[in-house]
Design a protein around this ligand. Structure first.
Ligand SMILES: Nc1ncnc2c1ncn2[C@@H]1O[C@H](COP(=O)(O)OP(=O)(O)OP(=O)(O)O)[C@@H](O)[C@H]1O
Ligand SMILES: [Mg+2]
Length: 409
């Protein structure tokens, strides 16, 4: 059984592995208990490539959080990126079967199941099915059709799939570190649910999580996700660009990025210089801050332009009345908000987490959105009465993994 009085969010990222423990106090309020974050190892573009290294980073992050919280962790909630696959929209239709043609809970479950009946490639599984809205006969845009009278019930849903192998490897790493995985969710979905306001989701909002290995995107309209996807370009690419262009090691390039880089030229003082250490005993040299900015800005702009192009093709660009929200460690780069605002021509804000008592300021930043989102998602479902949700449980994931494996053996 999962721990009942604590909830642990484990963000196994390409750059960092972060764990956050929240607990319920005597009055039943959710409180921050402890957090740990260590550099990640063994992942590329959000996918485990070295189990042993990833396992060690997971153990280190959770141990640090356990120490701060003074609690022992047994099970965790974790997340994956959606890989290079987009979420998709689907529709299901069923006949209303209830007495007096009243829509029942069973009808709603059946119509969502019917919408789920899509061809999923053998190596992927459905992680989330999120209802967007329902239709009862010719009445459209219904949020909750329960007890409505009609003959035909339809549901539009957003379906998010994940790679089974990627999920399996994450579970394996966590298990080997001694922790059970209760659920695996999509990183950008739990993160966005934790930081977006209801108004933003209603008006239409673009949420971008700029991590180390991937930039994950999710678009909400009328309160529900309509588009989700992921680009394999993010913070690490900016570091690689700096390393190549400035002829510096990756460690040095990362240091320059974290301490001196900006990605919006108007913020740069052209007289400022960045000191670059000499390689192999050569003398250090300096370069203008503007030159550094041009490198970071062009890569960040490329990420935003690729996203804009995708959304433009799908017709979402002019439906973002709620603006743009940036999360992930990449959202800490100075000037990223100004650049995004220039490219998307929408107001932009950086994600800021809350929702639990005593959350320290260092855990409110955009790099903590996923770990906090994982905790808040579970908490919100408990608050809502612990009812069925669209998230499959860890056990269901295991059942599907077994089915998938039995196809091969
Ligand atoms: N202050 C900062 N300024 C600029 N970039 C930063 C800052 N802090 C972190 N980053 C960058 O953010 C990235 C890491 O972000 P994050 O921790 O969200 O990634 P991750 O979750 O490990 O990766 P992914 O989600 O892609 O698997 C790194 O590329 C890092 O260099
Ligand atoms: Mg991440």
């Amino acid at each position: 059984m999962p721990d009942r009085d604590i909830i642990v969010g484990l963000d196994i990222g390409t750059s960092r592995v972060s764990a956050l423990i929240a607990e319920y106090d005597e009055s039943g309020e959710l409180c921050f208990a402890g957090a740990g974050s260590v550099p990640s190892d063994g992942l590329r573009k959000g996918v485990v490539v070295n189990i042993e290294a990833a396992q060690k980073a997971i153990a280190d992050a959770i141990e640090a959080a356990e120490q701060e919280a003074g609690r022992t962790v047994h099970d965790v909630y974790t997340a994956v990126t959606s890989g290079n696959v987009e979420g998709l929209n689907s529709r299901g239709v069923v006949a209303v079967s209830g007495k007096g043609r009243e829509v029942t809970k069973q009808d709603i479950d059946r119509v969502v199941d019917a919408a789920k009946a899509i061809a999923v490639p053998m190596d992927r599984e459905i992680l989330h099915v999120i209802p967007q809205h329902y239709m009862v006969d010719d009445k459209v845009g219904i949020r909750d059709p329960l007890d409505m009278i009609g003959v035909r019930l339809e549901a539009d849903v957003h379906i998010i799939t994940g790679s089974i192998a990627a999920t399996q490897n994450l579970i394996k790493c966590a298990n080997r570190s001694g922790y059970r995985v209760n659920e695996i969710s999509l990183e950008s979905l739990v993160g966005s649910r934790a930081v977006l306001s209801t108004d933003e989701m209603e008006l239409g909002v673009l949420y971008i999580d700029i991590g180390g290995g991937t930039s994950d995107v999710i678009v909400y309209m009328e309160g529900a996700p309509h588009f989700s996807g992921s680009l394999p370009v993010a913070g690490e690419q900016i570091t690689t660009d700096l390393s190549i262009c400035l002829e510096q090691s990756m460690e040095q390039a990362e240091k320059i990025k974290l301490t001196q880089a900006k990605c919006w030229e108007p913020l740069v003082d052209p007289s400022q210089e960045v000191l670059l250490p000499g390689i192999g005993g050569r003398a250090p040299r300096s370069i203008s801050e503007l030159d550094v900015c041009q490198i970071t800005q062009s890569r960040m702009a490329e990420i935003f332009l690729l996203i804009r192009k995708q959304l433009h093709q799908k017709g979402y660009m002019n439906r973002l009345g709620g603006g743009v929200v940036l999360a992930g460690g990449g959202a800490l780069l100075p000037g990223v908000g100004e650049l995004a605002s220039d490219i998307f021509q929408r107001p932009v804000r950086i994600a800021l987490s809350g929702g639990m008592k005593n959350l320290p300021s260092e855990c409110r930043g955009p790099e903590w959105t996923t770990a906090i989102g994982l905790v808040m998602d579970v908490h919100n479902r408990i608050e809502a009465g612990g009812g069925e949700s669209e998230l499959p449980s860890g056990r269901q994931i295991w059942t599907r993994l077994k089915e998938w494996a039995s196809n091969f053996f």
